[in-house]
Write a protein that binds this ligand. Structure first.
Ligand SMILES: Cc1ncc(COP(=O)(O)O)c(C=O)c1O
Length: 357
C-alpha cells in the first residue's frame, strides 16, 4: 500500500521533544526567552468567532507587516507554515526537474537532502574549509548545477558567511538559477542579504520566527525574493494547501513582526550568553566553533560526540548529536538562559575532569 518512493525515503529526524522527565532542553535551537508582550496581547485579544471563516489564504496583512520590517514591499514576501514548509515549496519550485544537481555545503541543515530525496533532486555536496567554515564562491565552479542552497549562518556549525562573499557568488553564478540563502539564525549576529533581493532576481532568502522571535510553536516562516519567485511559491502552496497559516498564527505573526525592538534586546542577551559560554567551555578544554547563531558546536578531545550527548542526557541536559562523518565528534548546544548554561558548564567541567589522567 505504501509508495516505492516513500519506502526509499529517509525522513528528517526532528530533535527530541521529551514528554516525561524534565530536562534542561538545549537541543532544538529554541529561544529561551518568551515571545514579545505584543504576542501575549494578540492571543488574549483574539476573537474565536473569527475561526468560523477560513483564514486569508495569502496572509496579506502578515506579509505586509513582515515586509515593512525589512524595508521591502509585500509582493516580495511569501509566508508559510514554518520555514521548513517554505523550503519544501522552494525546492519543488526551483530545483526539481532534472536540470543538474543542487549544490549544498558538505554539512548543512539536514532537511535539505530530505527535500532532495522527496522531490527526486540530485545533489552535490561542496566541501567545507578545514576550519569547517563554508566559502560560497566554491559554488561558482559548478555551472551545470540547477541552483544552490545554504544556511547562513550555517547549521550545525553556526559559522556565518559575510554579505560580500554572497554578493560575489551572485555576481558569478548563472543568473537563471536560484540561490537560496536560509537565514534561520541570522538575527544572532549574521549578515542578512535580504536587502539584495530587489537587485538580484535569482536570490531567495528564507527566514523564520521560530528562533529569534521565540515562536517555534506557532510555525511562521517566510521567503523574500523577486516577484516571479514569490508568485511561483504561491502557486506551489496553492497546489498543496491554500491555508497553511491559520487565523491565530497570522494575528500572532503580525504582533511579533511589529515587536522588533523587544526581540533585538532579547537576542542581544542570547549572543552575550553564547560568547560567555564559549569562552568558559574553551577554558575547560572543549573545542567550540565560532558561532553567529543561537547554538554552538562543541567537542571534547578523547570523548566521542555520542558519549558527550549520553553523559549530558544522564545528567539531565539534552543537547543534539549528529551521527554524520566529519561532525560526529561534536555536540550541538543551543544557547539557553545564563542559569541553564551555568548548569551545563558545571556538568561539562565534571566530564572534562573525568577525562583528566
Ligand atoms: C537552518 C534551518 N532552517 C530552517 C529550520 C526550520 O525552522 P522552522 O520550520 O521552525 O521555521 C531550521 C530548524 O531547526 C534550521 O536549523
Amino acid at each position: 500500500m505504501i509508495s516505492e518512493r516513500l519506502r526509499r525515503l529517509v525522513p528528517y529526524t526532528p530533535g527530541e521533544q521529551p514528554q516525561g522527565r524534565e530536562y534542561i532542553k538545549l537541543n532544538t535551537n529554541e529561544n529561551p526567552y518568551p515571545p514579545a508582550p505584543e504576542v501575549f496581547a494578540a492571543l488574549s485579544g483574539f476573537d474565536p468567532a473569527v475561526l468560523r471563516r477560513y483564514p486569508d489564504p495569502s496572509a496579506s496583512r502578515l506579509r505586509e507587516a513582515v515586509a515593512a520590517e525589512v524595508g521591502l514591499s509585500r509582493d516580495l514576501v511569501f509566508a508559510g507554515n514554518g520555514s521548513d514548509e517554505v523550503l519544501s515549496f522552494a525546492f519543488f519550485s526551483f530545483f526539481e526537474g532534472g536540470r543538474g544537481p543542487l549544490l549544498l555545503p558538505e554539512f548543512t541543515y539536514s532537511f535539505y537532502p530530505v527535500f532532495c530525496d522527496f522531490y527526486g533532486i540530485p545533489l552535490k555536496r561542496i566541501p567545507l574549509e578545514p576550519d569547517l567554515s563554508f566559502d560560497p564562491r566554491r559554488f561558482v565552479g559548478e555551472p551545470s548545477s540547477c541552483g544552490a542552497a545554504f544556511a547562513n549562518p550555517n547549521a550545525p556549525t553556526g559559522i556565518g558567511v559575510a554579505r560580500r562573499e554572497i554578493e560575489l557568488l551572485l555576481e558569478r553564478y548563472p543568473r537563471d538559477r536560484v540561490i537560496l540563502v536560509d537565514e534561520a539564525y541570522v538575527d544572532f549576529g549574521g549578515e542578512s542579504v535580504v536587502g539584495l533581493v530587489e537587485s538580484h532576481e535569482n536570490l531567495l532568502v528564507v527566514q523564520t520566527f521560530s528562533k529569534s522571535r521565540a515562536l517555534a510553536g506557532m510555525r511562521l516562516g517566510f521567503a523574500f525574493g523577486a516577484k516571479p519567485l514569490i508568485a511561483a511559491l504561491e502557486a506551489a502552496k496553492d497546489a498543496f494547501n491554500s491555508y497553511p497559516l491559520d487565523a491565530i498564527a497570522q494575528a500572532v505573526g503580525i504582533a511579533a513582526a511589529k515587536a522588533s525592538a523587544y526581540y533585538r534586546e532579547m537576542n542581544r542577551k542570547v549572543m552575550a550568553t553564547r560568547e560567555r559560554f564559549s569562552r568558559s567551555a574553551r577554558n575547560l578544554g572543549f573545542r567550540v566553533l565560532p558561532s553567529s547563531a543561537n547554538f554552538v558546536l562543541a567537542s571534547l578531545p578523547a570523548r566521542s560526540g555520542r558519549e558527550l550527548y549520553s553523559s549530558l542526557k544522564e545528567r539531565g541536559i539534552l543537547v543534539r548529536h549528529f551521527d554524520i562523518q566529519g561532525i560526529r565528534d561534536f555536540v550541538r548546544v543551543t544557547i539557553g538562559t545564563d542559569a541553564e548554561m551555568d548548569a551545563l558548564l558545571a556538568q561539562m567541567r565534571a566530564l572534562a575532569d573525568d577525562r583528566a589522567p
